[in-house]
Design a protein around this ligand. Structure first.
Ligand code: FES
Length: 180
């Protein structure tokens, strides 16, 4: 074999080793950077608490004068707010069985029921579409699997701007009324 051929082969082999070494170096560097990025992400993420941000449970719903007489359904809050002359009260639309939204249901015929020891005539009820629970107008459960009445919440007037405030952290008796 000629000397030049031997030299060319040796150079090619040396180039192959060189490029393999450089490839392995780059691979190692890439791995190092990737693990460094992962570590940095984990470190930063650990500074952010795992908190579930819930919507506020106490909120304004506008001026009492602006509320229409009768019932108003606040869909996003799943809440029925009632205005009867000068009184206001709020009843949750969350069924006490498994939490479906109960429907305000007009009765074809008014009926007289005993609520809080008093005979009252009602012309609507709350009906749950999921498993058939039924509640009287004041939220008392009387049919289906619902284990307890619908929740009623405290209302108050904002001292700043006179708006009605619903406080869903504050459960009240079914007979509760805010008079304005
Ligand atoms: S969720 Fe209302 S009856 Fe079951």
């Amino acid at each position: 074999m000629k000397l030049t051929t031997l030299f060319t082969k040796a150079t090619a082999t040396s180039d192959g080793v060189q490029s393999r070494r450089s490839f392995l170096q780059q691979l190692g560097l890439g791995g190092l950077l990737a693990s460094l990025a992962g570590f940095t992400y984990q470190s930063v993420r650990s500074l952010v608490p795992n908190v579930l941000y819930e919507p506020p449970q106490k909120f304004k719903i506008g001026s009492p004068a602006m509320l229409p007489e009768g019932v108003t359904f606040l869909e996003d809050k799943r809440l029925y707010v009632f205005k009867e002359a000068q009184t206001y009260h709020a009843i949750s639309a969350s069924c006490t069985h498994l939490g479906c939204t109960v429907k305000h249901t007009k009765l074809n015929q008014a009926k007289t029921v005993e609520l809080n020891g008093e005979k009252k005539t009602i012309n609507f009820e709350f009906h749950c579409p999921c498993h058939g629970s039924k509640y009287y107008a004041d939220g008392t459960n009387y049919a289906g699997p619902a284990p307890r009445p619908l929740r009623c919440y405290k209302l108050e007037m904002s001292p700043d701007d006179g708006q009605l405030i619903v406080d869903m952290t504050n459960e009240v008796e079914q007979s509760y009324r805010l008079t304005v």
